[in-house]
Design a protein around this ligand. Structure first.
Ligand SMILES: NC(=O)C1=CN([C@@H]2O[C@H](COP(=O)(O)OP(=O)(O)OC[C@H]3O[C@@H](n4cnc5c(N)ncnc54)[C@H](OP(=O)(O)O)[C@@H]3O)[C@@H](O)[C@H]2O)[C@@H](O)CC1
Ligand SMILES: [K+]
Length: 459
């Protein structure tokens, strides 16, 4: 599991550890980890040209000490101090190691910039001098120290000019901005340096393959189809038959024992032709409702709610999500749908996805899965789960229908809504990555890749 903590949690853990260690020890751990990540990125130190952007806090201190390590490895290192209160011992260490301190020489070109402007002590927006420094080095790859300066650490929101990093080297634990967009998209590859912090329950987490493998219901030797769970799909319409086919494709991933389909008769024929294993109405352990349902969405959701089993509420049915409130249910909006559910603007949801997904989980008393580059799953009193599997090629028509069906299958198989949503989202992203191999995909490819990706979890 990748765990992310708030600034306050990190500060508390840091204080405990600082009291037990000699002065400066934590910063030395951080700086060594940082320097080695830079050496990895550059393929060595000798002859490389490194510019440090140094603010007034310990984030700048990390950059200065890492700069000293790099200078001792033969790099040419210059520190551009953005404050006259830069970390004094760090400045002295860099000078002793042969680094130069002062405004950068205009003619010089840089292999890498270390962003030590602000870390977890920064309060966006960045000050003008810091923003001007970033402009001056535009185009040079940046390694962000702890956090790309200018992003909001605890929310993942952006506020004005900020660093776009190739690599972010963070310390002790991930921070929320490393996992939540739009900030997460500015972090590049995130590298965690263990500095020995003892941390509480995280504010946010991201499942890793081993977590998904542990949560996934796997049939035992005595399994039979009904006991493995039956998932029902109420989706599609004469106008949108494809949505039904893709929802069923996700549901028929093999993770539940059986799939039922209920819907428009013409759509039903097409579903049966494409999926001979799918049967008609009857008892289910979970319903998936809404994609392509057009104006039958409300009736379909009411019928599903009457069965009193866990639900996936998707697409057209989200307009009636109140019906699922307080029930075991996963609501699966994209940003536009979530905006409509909350009476907000789509742009506001995209700028503050974490805030809005939490608000929806609270308002609807349900599990809310907000689709996006890093999908978020929120439920009251639980850490939000961010999905980091996936590929940009997954932004394709019908992919959401497959996801809804898949989450429904996991609910039917016995996972609680929070786990079904986050495990389903992870598998969906992993299947997309597998199917894509770096190239374009369609939604059906994602569904077809699900069994392979699932099998790979239990080698
Ligand atoms: N926690 C840990 O376990 C460990 C932490 N470590 C490191 O310490 C870092 C935290 O250091 P920190 O607390 O000194 O704060 P930091 O992020 O350097 O910035 C604060 C300074 O920035 C300034 N400033 C504020 N807003 C600004 C803005 N918008 N634009 C421009 N400037 C702004 C503000 O200046 P002032 O307002 O006082 O002028 C303030 O003094 C952490 O991220 C990690 O790198 C590791 O060494 C070891 C383990
Ligand atoms: K930084």
């Amino acid at each position: 599991m990748i765990r992310a903590h708030t600034v306050e949690q990190v500060r508390e853990a840091e204080a405990t550890l600082l009291a037990q260690l000699p002065e400066g020890a934590l910063m030395q751990r951080a700086a060594y980890g940082l320097a080695h990540a830079v050496l990895d990125l550059l393929g060595g130190g000798y002859g490389r040209r490194v510019l440090l952007l140094v603010g007034s806090g310990d984030n700048g201190g990390d950059a200065l000490y890492a700069g000293a390590v790099l200078a001792r490895r033969g790099a040419y290192v210059e520190a551009w101090l953005l404050s006259d209160r830069a970390h004094a011992a760090g400045v002295a260490a860099l000078r002793r190691a042969g680094g130069r301190v002062g405004p950068p020489q205009p003619s010089r070109s840089w292999d890498v910039v270390l962003d030590g402007i602000v870390g977890i002590g920064g309060r966006p927006p960045l000050r003008d001098d810091a923003a001007a420094a970033l402009e001056a080095v535009a185009g040079v790859p940046v390694v962000a120290v702890d956090i790309p300066s200018g992003v909001d650490v605890d929310t993942g929101e952006l506020a004005g000019p900020h660093v776009s990093a190739a690599v972010t080297v963070t310390f002790g634990t991930h921070k929320i901005a490393h996992l939540v967009d739009p900030a997460a998209a500015e972090c590049g590859v995130v590298h965690l340096v263990d500095i020995g912090l003892d941390l509480p329950e995280p504010a946010l987490e991201a499942l890793q393959p081993a977590d998904v493998a542990a949560l996934l219901p796997v049939p035992g030797g005595q399994a039979q189809k009904y006991a493995r769970g039956v998932v029902g799909v109420r989706a599609g319409s004469a106008a949108y038959p494809g949505a039904a086919l893709l929802s069923v494709a996700g549901a028929a991933s093999g993770l539940a024992g059986m799939v039922r389909f209920v819907g428009d008769p013409t759509v039903q024929d097409r579903v049966r032709a494409a999926f001979p294993e799918v049967v008609g109405d009857g008892r289910v352990q979970a319903w998936v409702v809404g994609s392509g349902s057009d104006d039958s969405a409300e009736d379909a959701l009411r019928a599903a709610v009457d069965d009193d089993v866990p639900l996936v509420v998707d697409a057209d049915a989200l307009a009636f999500a109140d019906l699922a409130s307080g029930r075991p249910a996963v609501l699966t909006p994209h940003a536009g749908e979530l905006a409509a559910m909350l009476g907000a603007d789509r742009a506001a949801v995209e700028a503050r996805p974490l805030h809005h997904v939490r608000e929806a989980a609270d308002r609807y008393a349900a599990t809310v899965l907000l689709k996006g580059r890093h999908t978020l799953v929120a439920e009251r009193d639980r850490p939000v789960r961010a999905t980091t599997s996936g590929t940009p090629w997954l932004a394709t028509a019908g992919a959401g229908d497959v996801l809804g069906g898949l989450v429904g299958a996991l609910l039917a198989a016995g996972l609680a809504p929070y786990d079904a949503a986050s495990v389903g989202s992870w598998l969906h992203g992993a299947a997309a990555t597998f199917a894509s191999r770096g190239g374009p995909i369609v939604a059906g490819d994602v569904a077809r890749a699900l069994p392979v990706v699932t099998a790979a979890l239990h080698p």
